[in-house]
Design a protein around this ligand. Structure first.
Ligand SMILES: Nc1nc2c(ncn2[C@@H]2O[C@H](COP(=O)(O)OP(=O)(O)O)[C@@H](O)[C@H]2O)c(=O)[nH]1
Ligand SMILES: [Mg+2]
Length: 370
């Protein structure tokens, strides 16, 4: 689960390294400003973060809480609670809509759900062909018409067809550009309306695709889409090819929207479920030194088997391990910190008031490895 973003944040980490070559345990505020700017975090957000940090020297933990707060709207992946669960994919041309649909399709197929695609980008013939090729490759049915036909009718037919077949998922592609901006707005609104006629509550999720290589400059464009149709969440693509990974924080913060996935390549498997804890962890790894501990167990750097053993024990107690620093109580959905005890012989689940809710002994971890 962890280190997922290594591929997506590689270039961003290199950029941050160019202004801060040495990893440290504390970073002066003015240097932190440069580092965050280099990662393309928007200046407005940097100002807010710095204003709220009172000490001149900033620790990993202090910055972590600010970055997590900026991603406060992060969501967890929802199961398909409606059948069919209809997703409408929107965004400017070239953002990665069609490719992302292929990735989502694979993601859902891997979970055993059946997926049907709707080729509602009828503006360009090439767009219909591109989605049809993905449908062929992934072995899923597609509803498509000729170029210039009504995209709402395609969406309607796709949903009807999925209903008739009892499919779990419908994903609908849309055009990123029409003759005019007004045309595009009207068309998107109409597609949304017609989806609701085909199936009550549809589209269940309106996903905005944002090209990650644009960094912060994608924000105003995203706001414009959000004003046309209320967007439910974001997928940031091309994180693999950009040093602007820090823009994720300002995009989520500026739009007050969850980021559901990120794209880290051009293949169907290059989609990562966005886990804000893992993302912040990997981001901070690029600038902060993780203190090497003497004695005890190195909870910061558990190996794969140790981590799995720990996660399994927590799960048995009703906690989901979100990252090396956080867990979630699966009963009340509260999130708690994970803190090694002083002698580093155990790791504790601690609530906001500092109460220890559970203790996991390191010796048991080792025993589980065997
Ligand atoms: N490196 C990289 N390329 C991507 C990613 N997502 C999409 N692309 C590429 O971006 C280009 C535009 O994608 P496409 O899906 O056609 O965009 P659309 O116009 O929004 O449908 C294509 O060449 C894709 O292969 C990604 O996550 N990483
Ligand atoms: Mg497309």
């Amino acid at each position: 689960m962890f280190g997922f973003f290594k591929k997506g944040l590689k270039k961003t980490a290199e950029a941050m390294k160019s202004v801060a070559p040495e990893k440290r345990t504390k970073i002066p505020k003015d240097e932190l400003e440069d580092i965050l700017l280099e990662a393309d975090v928007e200046y407005d957000l940097i100002e807010i973060i710095l204003r709220e940090l009172y000490d001149e020297q900033v620790t990993r933990k202090q910055l972590e809480s600010k970055l997590l707060a900026a991603l406060g709207w992060a969501a967890y992946e929802t199961p398909a609670y409606e059948k069919p669960f209809v997703e409408l994919v929107i965004g400017v041309n070239g953002a990665g809509k069609t490719t992302t649909i292929a990735k989502l399709t694979k993601h859902y197929l891997d979970r055993g759900e059946r997926v049907l695609l709707g080729a509602s980008d009828t503006f360009r013939a090439a767009a219909i062909e591109q989605l049809s090729r993905w449908a062929d490759r992934l072995g899923v049915p597609i509803v498509a018409t000729k170029q210039g036909h009504d995209p709402s009718a395609v969406a309607y037919d796709a949903i009807e067809s999925a209903k008739a077949r009892g499919f779990e998922r419908v994903i609908i592609d849309t055009a990123g550009r029409l003759h005019t901006q007004t045309n595009l707005a009207e068309e998107l609104k109409k597609i949304v309306r017609i989806c609701g006629k085909a199936h009550e509550g549809a589209p269940h999720r309106k996903l905005l695709i944002i090209d990650g290589t644009q960094g912060n400059s994608a924000i105003s464009q995203a706001k414009a889409f959000n004003e046309i149709i209320d967007v439910d969440g974001i997928i940031v693509t091309k994180l693999d090819g950009t040093a602007k990974g820090g823009a994720i924080f300002s995009i989520a913060y500026a739009l007050r929207l969850p980021i559901f996935f990120v794209g880290v390549g051009e293949k169907p498997e290059d989609l990562v479920v966005f886990d804000k804890y893992a993302f912040v962890d990997d981001f901070l790894d690029a600038i902060f030194e993780t203190p090497q501990q003497e004695g005890g167990i190195d909870f910061e750097n558990l190996d794969d088997t140790q981590r799995k053993a720990l996660a399994a024990r927590m799960r048995a107690d009703g906690y989901e391990m979100l990252s090396k620093h956080f867990v979630r109580n699966m009963g009340n959905w509260e999130e708690y910190r994970l803190v090694p005890n002083e002698s580093r012989t155990a790791v504790e689940i601690v609530d906001k008031a500092g109460n220890i809710l559970n203790i996991y002994d390191a010796s048991a971890l080792e025993a589980n490895d065997a």
